[in-house]
Write a protein that binds this ligand. Sequence first.
Ligand code: UDP
Length: 329
Amino acid sequence: MICVIGGAGYIGSHCVKRLLERGYNVVTLDNLEAGHLAAVVGGEFIQGDYTDRWSLDGLFSSYPIECVMHFAAYASVAESMTDPARFYRLNVVGGYVLLEAMRAHRIPYLIFSSSAATYGEPRQVPIAEDHPQEPTNAYGETKRAFEQMLRWYDVAFGLRSISLRYFNAAGADPDGQLGEDHHPETHLIPLVLLTALGKRAVIKIFGTDYDTPDGTAIRDYIHVTDLADAHILAYEALKRGAPTTAYNLGNGLGYSVREVIRTAEQVVGRSIPQEEAPRRAGDPARLVASAERARRELGWQPQYADLRTIIETAWRWHSTHPDGYADRV
Ligand code: UDP
């Protein structure tokens, strides 16, 4: 059985769905602080906090869990700069509580949601896994810290893990059942589509003076269902004896903010109000992954690599769920 921590969140919920489709038994643990109960499409669900050892002991002694997929974390870069303590408490101290509980219950495998933010300002693109990890924000630092803990928990205790460094998670369940619903929303694609729906007045373009062809920042958008598939492949690799390691997950394709908005306009069939704005602090000009190792070693093959397809799936969700899961006031 697989335990998905944070399985009611954006990426976790897509992973739960994919695991169930593949016939795995799943138990989701989520405190619903940011997650949505309606996003958990099946399996068992426990509402609880993974930083609480007592909850984890209850969960781990009630189910025959072989692998934990750990998605639960604070992820807003801006907030990590004003309140790093909160990020250390959940992402690092909470992670320690989780690892200790896994150790006590002899759970052998963990898949961890890491981030391209662990690299910091890229020295070159595309970024491969051996690029130095020098995070420029507290969020990335907490992700890096947990990756390091994982390394030493393998050396000392034999707990094997794979950290997956996501680039820009985007898109929605191709069936239209699940989507992205953050409060507050800060990500480009949902904000562009909410603007198209009239839920926002205008999409601000953060920075038009970058050293890129159109002056706006370039990111590697990777479909959330492709991320989910990588988690399953990583788990299967651990079962076959793969060592503790980390992989980048991206398409190796970079799209600028203007390209994203233009593609969204084509998908929705109308123009979207936009406005040029200053750069957002800490945003690098260009983040593009080399995910060759994940392809080669895990056999990962993204199915929804094309930006237009990514935005079409996101639009299917937003246009049919203009208020998201509609469970927040
Ligand atoms: N962005 C933007 N306007 C927005 C939100 C984001 O121009 O309202 C830009 C942001 O500066 C970055 C890119 O879009 O260059 C992707 O940002 P997002 O927050 O989606 O992901 P991040 O790259 O920060 O993880």
